[in-house]
Design a binder for this molecule. Structure first.
Ligand code: NAP
Length: 288
């Protein structure tokens, strides 16, 4: 039996793909409503993370941030004390590398194996089982869960020992956050200088200076419908994780830190639950 904890934008679709491909699943989410569709497809509901661990040999987590992962693993009714020795925890949440290593050590104390397997790809790739898993951990442990990862994704990219999956993930999100913010600033400036928004957007997207993923954000920027594929509050969190990792290794990241604060300003303006491309609103909305 596979356990799956965290049925948000990403986890909900990942769990659905597992069920649809025939895996037996026991699921838990803080908000039970999000499990209803899965239960109709055959997933079993567990009342707590602890109750998931009591039934599963492999537990996947896809949760908001390190604090939440720690609470769900080690807090009251957490799952880690209840997973049988030799069983496996796969954390797909985006957390910082030190935190992954800390959780691996907590798991090891209990004889539980641990893999960090964060993903790239957003709402649609999650639904279509086209995620890319960035994996850190033991190769034998990975081979055990490969069929499950293949049910949810199109590629498994092995990065090295525990913590290397989340290391690669925070680096990728550093690029995503900065590229999005730079594009948003450029479009806002173009408009302020009198260019048509559509002209600026199309010209930038058709040229060599923009990251390929930005084409997928065009509709959001053009229509102003920023319903979330990747919530801005998670991107702000990821930049905080980047800053933490850089601090631990004595590395200066001046541009990333300015970008981090811009995302925080956007969050303070109430954009946290909107897509991270809504950073555009921070630059484009005039206060006077
Ligand atoms: P989401 O929709 O906000 O889901 C977050 C999950 O965490 C939900 O299951 C939520 O439960 C749970 N959670 C939040 N606070 C909690 C708490 N205090 N106690 C217990 N559970 C709590 O986010 P998501 O987009 O699926 O992202 C999940 C993870 O994947 C994050 O680490 C994110 O950075 C990463 N990620 C996201 C994307 C993307 O494009 N969306 C892509 C790659 C990686 P409720 O349902 O009860 O709120």
């Amino acid at each position: 039996m596979i356990g799956f904890i965290g049925l948000g934008i990403m986890g909900g679709s990942m769990a659905e793909n597992l069920v649809e491909k025939g895996f037996e699943l026991v699921v838990h989410n803080r908000t039970k409503d999000k499990a209803e569709a899965l239960m109709k497809k055959g997933a079993k509901w567990a009342d707590s993370p602890k109750n998931v661990a009591e039934q599963a040999e492999v537990v996947f987590t896809m949760l908001a941030n390190p604090q939440v992962v720690e609470e769900v693993a080690l807090g009251e009714n957490g799952f880690l004390n209840h997973l049988a020795e030799g069983n496996l925890w796969v954390d797909c949440s985006t957390v910082d590398p030190s935190f992954s290593r800390k959780m691996a050590a907590e798991a090891a104390k209990r004889g539980v194996r641990f893999i960090d397997a964060p993903v790239t790809g957003s709402r649609v790739p999650a639904k279509q089982a086209e995620l890319v898993f960035l994996v850190g951990g033991d190769l034998e442990d990975l081979s055990e869960v490969k069929p499950m990862l293949q049910a949810m994704g199109k590629e498994i990219s092995y990065q090295g020992e525990v913590g290397k999956g989340t290391t690669m993930k925070v680096i990728i999100n550093l690029m995503l956050a900065q590229s999005m913010a730079a594009f948003a600033e450029a479009v806002s400036l173009g408009e302020a200088l009198g260019l048509e928004k559509e002209t600026v957007v199309n010209t930038l997207l058709n040229g060599p200076t923009t990251a390929p993923f930005l084409k997928g954000k065009k509709d959001k920027v053009m229509t102003g419908d920023f319903s979330a594929d990747f919530p801005l509050e998670h991107m702000q969190k990821d930049l905080q994780l980047v800053a933490q990792a850089a601090f631990e290794h004595n590395i200066a990241l001046p541009i990333a830190n300015v970008t981090k604060e811009a995302y925080m300003q956007a969050k303070q303006k109430g954009l946290g639950k909107q897509d991270f491309s809504s950073i555009y609103k921070l630059f484009s909305e005039k206060n006077n």
